[in-house]
Design a protein around this ligand. Structure first.
Ligand code: ADP
Ligand code: ASP
Ligand code: MG
Length: 422
C-alpha cells in the first residue's frame, strides 16, 4: 500500500499531513458545512496537506434507514447499504463545493473511489485495505481531499457500510493508511468526558485517555468514538484528538498508555448502552453441549451475544435457564431461529425484555484495586436499582438494569466514584 512517507520522499516540498473527521452535527447544515470548509482551508494555509472525512448530515442516516423500512420490514442487506451510503455521498460533495465557494480547491472521493476495500458483511463491514494513490494525487494537485465516511466496497464491487458511527473508523483508518501524524475527530462535544455530558451535568473532560480505556468505553456504549476506530488507532499507533468543531479548544488525546495516565484514578469513566435486549431461554436440558449448540447457531447468523448467565431452572430437574443479551437492533431477525433452536434443546419458552440498559464503569486502576465491583453494586442498591446481569473484565464492570434507571444509575455511579471531582 502506498504511504505518505514514500510519496513525501519523492516530493521534497511535502508538508505535514492532517486527517480531520467531521461528524453529523458538524456538517448538519449548509452554514456548518461552510464552517468545515473554512477550517480545512485554514489548516491547509497553515502549511498542511489536508484530508477530511465527513459523515452524513445529522439525522440523515436515520431518515434513510426509516425510508427503507417503510418499503419492507426486513430490507435486503445489500440494498440497505446502497441506501445508507448516500448520506455521506451528499455531504462529501457539498463540502467540496463549500471549499470551492470559499476560494479553495477540493475533490470528493467516495469509498469505492479511494478505494476502501472491506469484507462483504453489509451494515457492519470491516476495512481490509485502503489504497492511498487517489488521495495522494488529489493532494499533489494542491486540493483538499474530501473522503465520504462510513462506506467502502467489497471485492465484488458491492457498496458496504461500516456500522453506525463508522465515519470515525474511516477517519482513523485513512490516517493510518496514509501515514498521517494524527487524526482529529470533530464532534458536538469538546472531548471525551468521564461520562456522557448530555445526561450527566457533572461530567468532566478527560485531557488524555489510553487506547485501552477508550476501547472499553466505546465498546460499552460511549458513542463519541466507534469501537473499530479505537482498535485501528491502537493497532497502528495513530494519536486521536477528539475535539469540538465549534471551537479551537484543546480536546481529548487518545494515545498509548503512559506514566501520566497511571495516576490514582481507579475508575476513569461511566458508560451506558441502550442497544441491549435480554433473552431468557427457559428450561433447556442441562447436559454438556447444549449451551455450545445454542450459541454456535446464534454466531452462525453473524449475531454477537454480550452478557450470558446460566441458572438452575424452575422448569424441572436436569433443566437450566440460559439468559443472554444481544443488540436490540438484531433482535427482530434473531427471534425466529432462537425459538427454533431453543425448542430443539428442550426449552419450554423464550422470553424477551427490551426495557434494559447496560451501565458500566471503566478504569485501568481496577487492575490493582479490590472492591470496585462491590462498591458499584452498593451504589446501585442504595438507589433501589435491581441488577439483572453482571459481567466483568480486568478493567471494567457492567450491570444490566431496567432502562428507566439509566440516568439515575449513570449519575450516581459517576459521582459515587468521585468522577465529579477529577
Ligand atoms: P458525531 O455525529 O460527531 O459522530 P456522535 O453523536 O456519534 O457524534 O458522538 C458524540 C456524542 O457522544 C455526544 O454528543 C455525547 O452525547 C455522546 N457521548 C457518550 N459518551 C460520551 C463521553 N464519555 N464523552 C463524550 N461524549 C459522549
Ligand atoms: N452516518 C453514519 C451514522 O449515522 C456514520 C457516522 O455518522 O459516523 O451512523
Ligand atoms: Mg459518531
Amino acid at each position: 500500500m502506498l504511504t505518505y512517507s514514500s510519496w513525501a520522499r519523492k516530493c521534497p516540498a511535502a508538508v505535514a499531513l492532517v486527517v480531520q473527521k467531521f461528524g453529523g452535527t458538524s456538517v448538519g447544515s449548509i452554514d456548518r458545512i461552510r464552517n468545515v470548509a473554512r477550517r480545512a482551508i485554514a489548516t491547509q494555509k497553515g502549511g498542511h496537506d489536508v484530508v477530511i472525512v465527513v459523515s452524513a448530515m445529522s439525522g440523515e442516516t436515520n431518515r434513510l434507514l426509516a425510508l427503507a423500512h417503510e418499503v419492507i420490514k426486513v430490507p435486503d442487506a445489500r440494498e440497505m447499504d446502497v441506501v445508507a451510503a448516500t448520506g455521506e455521498q451528499v455531504s462529501a460533495a457539498l463540502t467540496a463545493m463549500a471549499i470551492h465557494a470559499e476560494g479553495g480547491q477540493a475533490r470528493s472521493l467516495l469509498g469505492h473511489q479511494v478505494k476502501i476495500l472491506t469484507d462483504g458483511a453489509f451494515s457492519k463491514a470491516r476495512i481490509k485495505t485502503i489504497e492511498g494513490s487517489k488521495i495522494f494525487d488529489t493532494l499533489k494537485q494542491g486540493r483538499i481531499a474530501v473522503v465520504a465516511g462510513f462506506q467502502g466496497v467489497d471485492e465484488h464491487g458491492n457498496i458496504t457500510t461500516l456500522g453506525r458511527g463508522g465515519s470515525d473508523t474511516t477517519g482513523v483508518a485513512v490516517a493510518a493508511a496514509i501515514g498521517a501524524s494524527s487524526c482529529e475527530i470533530y464532534t458536538d462535544v469538546d472531548g471525551v468526558y468521564t461520562t456522557d455530558p448530555n445526561i450527566c451535568p457533572s461530567a468532566k473532560k478527560i485531557p488524555r485517555i489510553s487506547y485501552e480505556e477508550m476501547l472499553e468505553l466505546a465498546s460499552l456504549g460511549a458513542k463519541v468514538l466507534q469501537i473499530r476506530s479505537v482498535e485501528i488507532a491502537m493497532k497502528y499507533a495513530v494519536p486521536v484528538h477528539v475535539r469540538s468543531s465549534f471551537s479551537d479548544a484543546e480536546g481529548t488525546w487518545v494515545t498509548g498508555e503512559d506514566k501520566a495516565l497511571e495516576n490514582d484514578v481507579v475508575v476513569t469513566g461511566v458508560a451506558y448502552e441502550k442497544n441491549e435486549a435480554r433473552v431468557h431461554v427457559v428450561g433447556v436440558v442441562d447436559k454438556p453441549g447444549i449451551v455450545a449448540d445454542l450459541f454456535e447457531s446464534i454466531a452462525g447468523k453473524n449475531i454477537s451475544v454480550d452478557m450470558i448467565i446460566q441458572n438452575v431452572s424452575k422448569a424441572g430437574v436436569d433443566r437450566a435457564d440460559v439468559l443472554f443479551t444481544l443488540a436490540k437492533t438484531d433482535l427482530a431477525r434473531a427471534k425466529g431461529f432462537i425459538e427454533e433452536i431453543a425448542k430443539r434443546l428442550g426449552s419450554s419458552e423464550v422470553r424477551y425484555d427490551e426495557d434494559v440498559v447496560k451501565v458500566s464503569i471503566v478504569g485501568l486502576g481496577m487492575r490493582s484495586h479490590a472492591g470496585i465491583a462491590a462498591k458499584m453494586f452498593r451504589i446501585l442498591a442504595n438507589e433501589g436499582i435491581n441488577i439483572q446481569a453482571i459481567s466483568t473484565s480486568e478493567i471494567k464492570v457492567s450491570c444490566l438494569i431496567h432502562a428507566k434507571y439509566t440516568e439515575l444509575a449513570v449519575r450516581t455511579l459517576h459521582d459515587g466514584f468521585g468522577l465529579n471531582r477529577v
